[in-house]
Design a protein around this ligand. Sequence first.
Ligand code: COA
Length: 159
Amino acid sequence: MTIALIPGTFDPVTFGHLDIIERAARQFDEVVVAVVAAPAKPAALFDADERRAMLAEVTGSFPNVAVEVFGGLLADYALARGAAAIVKGLRAVSDFDYELQMAQMNYRLSRVETLFMPTAPEHSFLSSSLVREVARYGGEVSSMVPPEVARRLKERFAS
Ligand code: COA
């Protein structure tokens, strides 16, 4: 059984992430969406449990997709889960330098390959931080995130 790991912060999950998850689920026996517990970035809007719960809701219809929270090094987690590959979406050339560096580091640490998948062009401008910013000021995000996520964003910024 080949397992692919799709790691990320997912603060929150967008249609761009979902597209990558759905396409990877067609290529691998099992896909594990790995939610980083403590993101390297400034404080997350949603805690790890909330980010996991949103992903579980929106990937519930894919029978071979599981959502898990991990801490520590991704390379160690990939080895522990027996992953054949780490799958990442590339939105534009600007993603490439950083992604290449991470892929090479993860390979050095674990010998697990990273496979890049081009993000669907209709989602290539999307990022979680932009979605958060639009939602924070009351903008419409329903074409960028699933309805459950849009609802949670609305609730978070109303409080
Ligand atoms: N569609 C839409 N947006 C996408 C996307 C897609 N297909 N793919 C990535 N993005 C966006 C995300 O929304 C996010 O946007 P933001 O910066 O506005 O929040 C951005 O791309 C970066 O994604 P993120 O999920 O934060 O991933 P990352 O590439 O920065 O890496 C981990 C996150 C978890 C993979 C990485 O930090 C990690 O491996 N951490 C564990 C510790 C470790 O092993 N460190 C050494 C790594 S070599």
